[in-house]
Design a protein around this ligand. Structure first.
Ligand SMILES: Cc1cc2nc3c(=O)[nH]c(=O)nc-3n(C[C@H](O)[C@H](O)[C@H](O)COP(=O)(O)O)c2cc1C
Length: 315
């Protein structure tokens, strides 16, 4: 993959935002089954862990060939471990590397990783420079407006670009703002003319239509939480009306999670998605208990069949 990937890809770029606990291989495949033109990013993964050869992390990061283009998101602050982690991702066949400079988790910030890099432009640039000059893969950065306001956004973004980033994705909230505060895209519209690299916007986008409306002069958008239980957020046609019509994708999601993580972990992890998939079904709470206790693919199939039958009786 060439460094020009982000410049050459058709615009607007549409993608599934990286989300720890959600944007794993199975969910990325599901979203791409709904819309094969989207790009996806892995859950954030420790550069230190990867560089020390943690097999568990490699397994977590593994992807299916049909997912391309898929980007490995890594976090950390040490340039040497970042370079080694980049090599691991290269060997695994990722399309590109995405550097996390947005994670607000206490542990991450305390270690001066994630969004903490937003406060330290020199360290952030050293990281980008180290990765970009040691790989032929495109390197992107995902970050936030700022720490408590957007005042340093333009100089920070230009510095990141000059350090070698090929794309910038901005979650249009600051570190201090919770996820339910409206995203402030006006800062991104003002930033865009200052940059030569593509700029992807993110934050609170609820549908493709919403994304097109909020895109402004930018190059694309990522959708995160609005995809929970609703990978059809990436479909121009929207979600099917009935649970029965959604079932083939729900079962594929289950099958791919089990394929990646085995039946015990896969069925444990599908539970939270199943709870999201049934949202909106009349009186869905009566199925909660069954949904949170599935232990096999057959259990998932059985409870989903029950829900389909129930749906027919109430329609
Ligand atoms: C559960 C959860 C996990 C997240 N994990 C990551 C992550 O691993 N890497 C990252 O860059 N952002 C992460 N984010 C932030 C999202 O990528 C995105 O920026 C944020 O959710 C705003 O977009 P949205 O309003 O469309 O969800 C996470 C968000 C959520 C809700």
């Amino acid at each position: 993959m060439t460094k020009d990937f982000w410049k050459n890809i058709a615009k607007p770029i549409i993608g599934l935002a990286p989300m720890d606990g959600y944007s794993d291989s199975a969910f990325r495949r599901v979203c791409r089954a709904v819309n094969p033109n989207i790009v996806t990013v892995t859950e954030f993964t420790s550069a230190d862990g990867l560089s020390y050869g943690a097999e568990r992390l490699r397994q977590k990061l593994a992807f299916h060939p049909s997912e391309q283009p898929v980007f490995a998101q890594i976090f950390g602050k040490n340039t040497e471990t970042f370079i080694r982690a980049t090599k691991v991702c290269e060997d695994m066949g990722f399309t590109g590397i995405d550097i996390n400079m947005g994670c607000p988790a206490k542990k991450v910030v305390k270690s001066e990783h994630g969004v903490a890099l937003r406060k330290n432009t020199d360290a952030a640039c050293r990281l980008v420079e180290a990765v970009a000059s040691n790989t032929n893969l495109p390197v992107s950065v995902k970050t936030r407006l700022g720490w408590s306001d957007a005042s340093g956004l333009i100089p920070f973004s230009k510095a990141i670009q000059n350090a070698g980033a090929d794309m910038l994705c901005l979650h249009a909230r600051t570190y201090m703002e919770p996820y339910n505060v409206p995203a402030q895209f006006e800062h991104l519209y003002a930033l865009k003319p200052e940059l030569d690299i593509p700029l992807i916007i993110n934050g609170g986008i609820t549908s493709l239509h919403d994304g097109y409306q909020k895109l402004g002069n930018c190059d694309g958008f990522y959708i995160g939480q609005a995809s929970f239980g609703n990978p059809w957020v990436f479909s121009e046609a929207g979600a099917p009306a009935s649970f029965a019509e959604k079932l083939p994708i729900i079962l594929k999601h289950t099958e791919w999670l089990i394929e990646h993580k085995g039946e015990i972990v896969g069925t444990r992890e599908i539970r939270k998605h199943l709870l999201q998939y049934v949202k909106g079904i009349h009186n869905a709470k009566q199925f909660r208990n069954q949904l949170v206790h599935v232990k096999t693919y057959a259990d998932v199939r059985a409870v989903c069949d029950t829900i389909c039958n129930y749906e027919v009786t109430v329609s």
